[in-house]
Design a protein around this ligand. Structure first.
Ligand code: VGL
Ligand code: ZN
Length: 189
């Protein structure tokens, strides 16, 4: 099926965790994580041209967070609040109007989805947004969880395949299948 790549009012681009720590050289690097940056910059252009809103989630952990190894989780320490590694990738052309969505702040458990107790759903409904174009890091972790929540909540979802990278290749393939089954439309290019 051919789908248009035009974003318009009533759409939002949702960029998931495009942060330094998830890119090569960071604390929890995803292979080729930085390669999503120019691709997502193209989507930012499309969103601005079409009058779509832009949201950018960020992983933002307190020290001793339960997702960290030694504290109940499996990940190396990453995206500590206010740290250099938690910053959005410096080459990501986020406009000043982009709305940050802070996640991973809970003391009791991780929040992989940008919808998990962040109030994002309420905000999107207030803004009349019905369709989400989603890309970022990591395809098989936080992008997956965010897309599945978005589908479950009834948003129309376009997954930006080339604007994502997985932690593991197999995980990425499986995530794509799971998201497609949930109703997300996978967009390439
Ligand atoms: C993520 C692992 C740990 C992600 C966040 O944003 O996909 N992955 N924390
Ligand atoms: Zn995290």
């Amino acid at each position: 099926m051919k789908t248009t790549k035009k974003l318009s009012a009533g759409d939002a681009l949702l960029l998931v965790d495009v942060q330094k720590d998830f890119c090569p050289g960071g604390a929890l690097p995803i292979e080729e994580g930085d390669e999503v940056v120019p691709i997502l910059n193209g989507w930012i252009e499309r969103a601005l041209t079409g009058g779509a809103a832009i949201y950018a989630s960020r992983d933002w952990h307190p020290s001793g967070h339960p997702s960290f190894a030694g504290f109940g989780g499996k990940w190396s320490i990453h995206c500590l609040q206010d740290s250099e590694g938690a910053r959005f990738h410096p080459q990501l052309h986020l406009p000043a109007t982009a709305v940050p969505v802070t996640k991973g702040v809970r003391f009791d458990q991780d929040q992989n989805s940008a919808f998990d107790q962040t109030g994002l759903e309420v905000r999107l409904r207030q803004e009349g947004i019905e369709r989400l174009w989603i890309g970022g890091l990591a395809l098989d972790v936080c992008v997956l969880a965010t897309v599945l929540d978005a589908c479950r909540l009834g948003f129309e979802v376009r997954l930006l395949r080339d604007g994502c990278r997985p932690v593991t290749a197999d995980g990425g393939e499986e995530a794509l299948e799971t998201m497609a089954k949930a109703g997300a439309q996978v967009v390439t290019g």
